[in-house]
Design a protein around this ligand. Structure first.
Ligand SMILES: C[S@@+](CC[C@H](N)C(=O)[O-])C[C@H]1O[C@@H](n2cnc3c(N)ncnc32)[C@H](O)[C@@H]1O
Length: 268
């Protein structure tokens, strides 16, 4: 039997903490009002993710199957784990971004078992493509196998190797993209964004979507891990960069949308 996923988002971490607290709550010691308020806060936190999932359009059969197989796979002690999978809510969010921007050419940096790549491929129009970068050969083979079972799997071009090398090669070859989803190693984010902005990889008007920018709350609660420190510093750099406009959305573990700043008329 495989383990249930660990909580890896700020809301799910809060929900687990509050559920634990309420389990050991001594109503007589804290009084009925405090006990009632704590249980209300627990319900607000613990009910949110299941509600979001229930109110979001169901995933395709291919995506549901990919998620089941990812959760059922035994991930040995290496760096890969089932919690890396983006999943239902974020998959649909990415689909909407692809649809709303009219993106034809999408770049993904960090593919894992392919959930987000396949979700975006389901949205791009015929003739469009998703170029998906992944450093791990075994997980790339896992994803390719799932793509071959999907009617849109042939829209995904998997490139195995360190993403910085893949990006540099794509830039030299004159490739460019309408939407880029960044979801690989967190210490690499600053370099990926720099490559996108200093080459023609990101088309004019293009959108960069960056995952895990809340990193389990570390950037605002105090970073204690290398990933937390990398994201805290990435977020600061993006916020201070006058070339950029960005919005950080508290979806799952945080998703930041970034675009080149637009020149606007001065307000009269
Ligand atoms: C969070 S997972 C991606 C999740 C995926 N986007 C999804 O929706 O399921 C991060 C992935 O990035 C890959 N990765 C880490 N460092 C990388 C690098 N330098 N170049 C390319 N891929 C890398 C990891 O092997 C892992 O599969």
């Amino acid at each position: 039997m495989t383990d249930a996923p660990r909580p890896v988002t700020p809301v799910s971490l809060v929900a687990v903490e509050l559920t634990d607290l309420c389990r050991t709550l001594d109503d007589a010691a804290v009084g009925p009002e405090v006990a009632g308020r704590l249980r209300r806060v627990r319900d607000l936190a613990a009910g949110l993710d299941p509600y979001l999932d229930a109110m979001t359009t169901a995933p395709s059969a291919a995506l549901a199957d990919l998620e089941t197989r990812t959760r059922g796979h035994v991930w040995s002690d290496g760096p890969l784990e089932q919690e890396m999978l983006s999943g239902h809510l974020e998959g649909w969010f990415l689909r909407f971004l692809v649809g709303m921007t009219g993106a034809q050419d999408v770049l993904e940096i960090g593919m894992f078992t392919g959930y987000s790549a396949l979700a975006m491929a389901e949205e791009i129009p015929r003739g469009g493509r998703v170029v998906a970068c992944e450093v791990d050969e075994d997980v790339a083979a896992f994803a390719r196998d799932r793509f071959s079972a999907s009617p849109v799997g042939n829209r995904i071009d998997v490139r195995v190797g360190p993403a910085a090398d893949t990006l540099a090669r794509a830039a030299r070859a004159g490739e460019s993209f309408d939407l880029v989803f960044v979801d690989a190693d967190k210490p690499g984010y600053a370099q990926y964004l720099d490559l996108l902005l200093t080459t023609d990889l990101l088309r004019p008007g293009g959108l960069v979507v960056v995952d895990n920018t809340l990193m389990q709350g570390e950037p605002y609660c105090g970073a204690t891990t290398p990933n937390g420190r990398a994201i805290a510093s990435f977020n600061q750099a993006v916020a201070a960069d006058p070339r950029l406009e960005q919005v950080l959305i508290p979806l799952r573990d945080g998703v930041t949308l970034i675009r080149r700043a637009r020149v606007r008329d001065e307000p009269s």
